[in-house]
Design a protein around this ligand. Structure first.
Ligand code: SF4
Ligand code: SF4
Length: 115
């Protein structure tokens, strides 16, 4: 017999918790030291909406910044390397985040991290 969610045509997402206290914030600290505008990001998503790379690949700068800030950087290296450094997001960002340098610093920190 089908459960209620299946019968009514929707599914319930698995519960997910962010363990902020136990996540490693090493990458976020290093990136913020090199590019302080990391802390200006409000996750509005304008960068992701205008992104050239996102049209061709699974890539979202908004998501990457959010995960770096949360300390959830496992498996992020591949996605972060997809930025084409075109700079469109930098023109669109309402908070003046230096997005190109930010993604460069994130890539550098991820590549040199021991995670
Ligand atoms: S557009 Fe700027 S403020 Fe908005 S999510 Fe992107 S980097 Fe953050
Ligand atoms: S610089 Fe990177 S993140 Fe920004 S719009 Fe271009 S490809 Fe997207």
């Amino acid at each position: 017999m089908k459960d209620a969610a299946t019968r009514f045509g929707y599914s319930v997402n698995k519960d997910r918790q962010i363990d902020f206290d136990n996540n490693s914030h090493d990458i976020a600290l290093r990136v913020a030291a090199a590019e302080p505008t990391l802390n200006l990001c409000i996750s509005c998503g304008t960068c992701a909406a205008t992104c050239t790379a996102a049209k061709f690949a699974d890539f979202s700068l908004r998501k990457i910044i959010l995960l770096v800030k949360r300390g959830e950087v496992g498996g992020l290296e591949m996605e972060a390397s997809r930025c084409m450094l075109c700079g469109k997001c930098q023109l669109a960002c309402p908070r003046g985040v230096s997005t190109r340098n930010l993604i460069l610093q994130i890539n550098k920190a991820l590549q040199t991290s021991k995670l």
